[in-house]
Design a protein. Sequence first.
Length: 109
Amino acid sequence: MKLVIAIIHSQDSRALVDALMQGGHRATLVSTTGGFLREGNATVFIGTQEDNLEEVLATIRKNCHTRAQFVNPLPPVMEPGEMYLPNPVEVEVGGATVFVLDVTQFERY
């Protein structure tokens, strides 16, 4: 048995969980925060048999997309009276970071 931990963009979470459920996979969704922009993420925990692992990973690839987003950089440390006008910077967000772990014991009550 495998435990798949997928850290995804929160905008992709609903579509991914729906697709996993339609494929007969159980998933637990947890709201998380982190990354470069300190924005909301979603962490999805999926327990699956090893022979279903590729199907789960393909579902994640299909439903979690990268996208461009403009952000304002943090202002530098400045002297009093100086003025800073930030230019938005385009960064890529989204996609998925996936960890696959071996499960040594599984119990359901």
